[in-house]
Design a protein around this ligand. Structure first.
Ligand SMILES: Cc1cc2nc3c(=O)[nH]c(=O)nc-3n(C[C@H](O)[C@H](O)[C@H](O)COP(=O)(O)O)c2cc1C
Length: 187
């Protein structure tokens, strides 16, 4: 597959079959991430792979978060929890923060590139993948930071959910994107 074909094929996949993901496949995603461009070779990323017992603990955190956020919407809590319990692997990705704000920002940009590389590698491995920041991704919830035992000099940039896809989730549909002509100024 060419790079363009791979980019066109990449999709956010949020439903998975209950099948374990091989460690080698997870490692190949992590390897892909480390190939990402990064300013001054700071390699600012760290990865926290959540499976098994740790996954159960993540589920408890997500449940706590959802109960607090939606106390009067038990159905929403249940459906959101399904997204967590039915995901075989969760990876939290952090970026190193530095005293200079612009360096921290550049680090986050690099980590975003790394997550995109993981996403493309996941597609190639036949895995479904989605980068979550909202809701059960818990990216903006301090509990997640504590859970991963992450020191204060790291910022959580993304929580990645992955597994073998349940269905192609619209893969046959052409991607809906605004043509670049409408987003570009040729100066
Ligand atoms: C920074 C970022 C945060 C995202 N957060 C979420 C999220 O919290 N929940 C979710 O379901 N999808 C999330 N997504 C996935 C987007 O919804 C998805 O990429 C978008 O709908 C485009 O679809 P595609 O990836 O299939 O092209 C996120 C994507 C990015 C890049």
């Amino acid at each position: 597959m060419s790079v363009f074909e791979r980019l066109e094929a990449r999709r956010a996949v949020r439903s998975y079959i209950p099948k374990e993901v091989e460690k080698e496949k997870i490692e190949s995603l992590l390897y892909a991430a480390t190939l990402a461009p990064n300013d001054r070779m700071r390699e600012p990323w760290s990865f926290y792979v959540i499976q098994g017992k740790a996954k159960k603990e993540y589920e408890s955190l997500a449940y706590e978060y959802l109960q607090e956020r939606f106390p009067t919407k038990p159905k929403l809590v249940d459906s959101s929890m399904k997204a967590v319990t039915q995901t075989p692997v969760i990876i939290v990705v952090t970026s190193d923060t530095l005293p200079k704000a612009s360096d921290s920002t550049d680090n986050e940009y690099a980590v975003c590139c790394a997550i995109h590389s993981m996403w493309l590698a996941a597609e190639e491995q036949g895995l479904g993948f989605v980068w979550r920041t909202r809701g059960v991704g818990l990216v903006h919830d301090e509990r997640l930071h504590h859970f991963i035992g992450s020191p204060q000099d790291k910022k959580v940039v993304g929580t990645v959910f992955l597994g073998y896809p349940e269905n192609s989730e619209g893969a046959e549909k052409k991607k809906q994107r605004t043509p670049f002509e409408e987003k570009t100024v040729w100066l």
